[in-house]
Design a protein around this ligand. Structure first.
Ligand code: MN
Length: 203
């Protein structure tokens, strides 16, 4: 299994590391981990959104989810694929200066590990890199706020270099139409801080 080629080029190009506190793009070193990382960062840039990132082949493959993930299987939510991020971005929390790319507050809203659930007809697991390429991902997210199966499905529409996906809660015992974690659980899973507190601490 190789590291995704030239994967962090766009990440580097968009940022000035003399100004932003975000981690520099170190080349990913792929090691076969049994439980790869997932993170959801709440990001108050031009428009508030949630960035879902899955560790695949040594980088964090990323989607901007405007409304954040739902726990209701009936709610399909838009997820726009953005540039891959370095693994070290996973626990980044802070303030990106105004005027910089993505300027605004970043919170680690949820973090944990995930398991690949996507099996082929013969019952064998389809590697995540293939799932990504096929535009059909099924993962079991093991976080503090988000727990259970989620499907990510590419819809085909591509705007510029960004492809559009939908994120959908899979039907399992963790599905719950009444929960609304994005509005009821608003603090950082790492530091317990609110967006306001992260902002104040970053100034
Ligand atoms: Mn973002």
């Amino acid at each position: 299994m190789a590291v995704k080629k030239n994967s962090l080029k766009r990440y580097k190009k968009k940022r000035n590391f003399k100004v932003t506190p975000e981690p520099i793009a170190k080349k990913g070193i792929w090691k076969k981990v049994k439980n790869p990382m997932f993170v959801i960062q709440k990001h108050a840039s031009r428009a508030l959104h949630y960035d879902l990132r899955l560790e695949i082949m040594g980088v964090l493959v990323s989607w901007a989810v405007p409304k954040g993930p739902s726990t209701n299987p009936k709610e399909k939510r838009l997820a726009i694929q953005t540039e891959d991020h370095p693994i070290s971005y996973g626990d980044f929390e802070g303030v990106i200066p105004e005027g910089e790319y993505g300027g605004g507050v970043v919170m680690v809203w949820d973090i944990g590990t995930y398991r690949n659930l996507k099996v082929s007809v013969d019952g064998s697991l389809i590697p995540m890199s293939h799932c990504l390429q096929n535009g059909r991902i099924e993962v079991f997210l093991q976080g503090s706020k988000i727990y259970g199966g989620y499907a990510l499905v590419r819809t085909g529409s591509v705007v510029g270099e960004k492809s559009q996906w939908l994120i959908i809660k899979m039907r399992d015992v963790y599905a719950d139409a009444r929960r609304n974690p994005t509005s009821t659980q608003t603090k950082s899973v790492l530091t317990g801080r609110t967006m306001m507190q992260i902002k104040r601490d970053g100034e």
